[in-house]
Ligand binder design. Structure first.
Ligand SMILES: Cc1ncc(COP(=O)(O)O)c(C=O)c1O
Ligand SMILES: C[C@H](O)[C@H](N)C(=O)O
Length: 347
């Protein structure tokens, strides 16, 4: 499949040149294993510098592991985790968070545009407080959300206020955290520890790495023994430098932010083009690197027949996801195909 023919997922993209170069540099000589290498130290220090705080940093292979193990560190098996009904930890992690915590239950909240509201959190915390129900101990937010929207610093602080009231830890699934920082144009600390986030799972995979998520504990108390939890879960890479060195490539000269800005810009170009297409509407506001559009079924079939790949797994709308490697020419080709359909096939 040609790289240029998909808006299916930022997971389809390759490794960005800067990450690849850092990997090659780390490959030049032997290094200590299991995270004792210079690259892992440099990457962790680079993230502490980026967030401007002395946070604990761990690297795991993928997002499901990052989320599951982070949440397992935030409560016991008899607790529950509040998340939005569209949350990836609910819809696409195959019970990973429940498994890693030995049974913590996910309580599904609501909110417009995929964003959990303080009211929904409070409702779930207070609706049952009897011994027969798993006591809420954490709230999980996805930033940017599964439908391409972002929590503002104010919204995050409001959630933190409710979390404090009910002694909840705050987890952030940062699969597209870089895209949220780019969209909000804030310092990363403004939408993490300064807004009360205890643990961030920062995805490198969706930002230009082959794999590799950083689990960042701003609340260092929750990090106790996390390395053992990772080891037992098979998430301690012996050649850790092949995860951490590419992270150094992203952090150098803020490549991570440039990659996110580019992906967001491509999605904006897509959004603007779709706005000109009759019969096409957006299901959610476009704020980061994904466009969630209601496309007529015949148009979807036409595009797929032309070789374009995209998913329809959220409420039936079409998700068009851009990444660091999306090109403006690719977006133009997609829009040109839609224009062709409108001119020649639209009923
Ligand atoms: C919102 C969100 N969270 C977490 C993940 C992590 O998933 P994976 O385990 O596939 O890396 C993804 C995957 O793309 C995602 O979209
Ligand atoms: C949803 C799917 O699991 C993947 N996280 C993606 O965003 O493409």
């Amino acid at each position: 499949m040609s790289r240029s023919e998909q808006f299916a997922s930022d997971n389809y993209s390759g490794i960005c040149p800067q990450a690849w170069g850092a990997m090659a540099e780390a490959n030049r000589m032997d290094e200590p294993a299991y995270g004792e290498d210079q690259w892992t130290t440099r990457a962790a220090d680079g993230l502490r510098e980026l967030f401007d705080t002395d946070c604990e940093v761990f690297f795991v292979f993928n997002g499901t592991a990052a989320n599951s193990l982070a949440l397992a560190s935030m409560g016991q098996s008899f607790h529950s985790v509040i998340c939005h009904e569209l949350a990836h930890i609910e819809t696409d992690e195959c019970g990973g968070p429940e498994y890693a915590s030995n049974g913590a239950k996910l309580l599904l909240g609501t909110g417009a545009d995929g964003k959990l509201t303080p009211q929904s959190i409070e409702h779930l915390v207070t609706k049952r407080t009897d011994i027969h129900y798993p006591k809420p101990r954490a709230v999980s937010l996805t930033q940017a959300t599964e439908v391409g929207t972002v929590y503002t610093p104010e919204e995050l602080r409001a959630i933190r206020s409710v979390a404090d009231q009910y002694r909840l830890n705050v987890h952030m699934d940062g699969a597209r955290f870089a895209n949220a920082v780019a969209a909000l144009d804030v310092h990363p600390s403004e939408i993490t520890w300064k807004a009360g986030v205890d643990v961030l799972c920062f995805s490198g995979t969706k930002n230009g790495l082959a794999m590799g998520e950083a689990v960042i504990f701003f609340n260092r108390d929750l990090a106790e023994d996390f390395e053992w939890r990772c080891k037992q879960a098979g998430q301690l890479a012996s050649k850790m430098r092949y995860i951490s060195a590419p992270w150094c490539g992203l952090l150098k000269d803020n490549v991570w932010l440039d990659n996110a800005r580019h992906a967001n810009a491509c999605a904006e170009q897509l959004e603007q083009g779709l706005a000109r297409s009759p019969g096409v509407s957006l299901r959610y506001p476009r704020q980061v690197n994904g466009v969630f559009a209601d496309l007529p079924e015949p148009l979807q079939a036409f595009l797929r027949n032309k070789g374009w790949r995209f998913y329809n797994f959220i409420g039936g709308c079409s998700r068009l996801m851009c990444s660091w490697s999306t090109s403006t020419e690719q977006v133009d080709r997609f829009l040109a195909d839609i224009d062709h359909w409108n001119r020649n096939h639209r009923g």
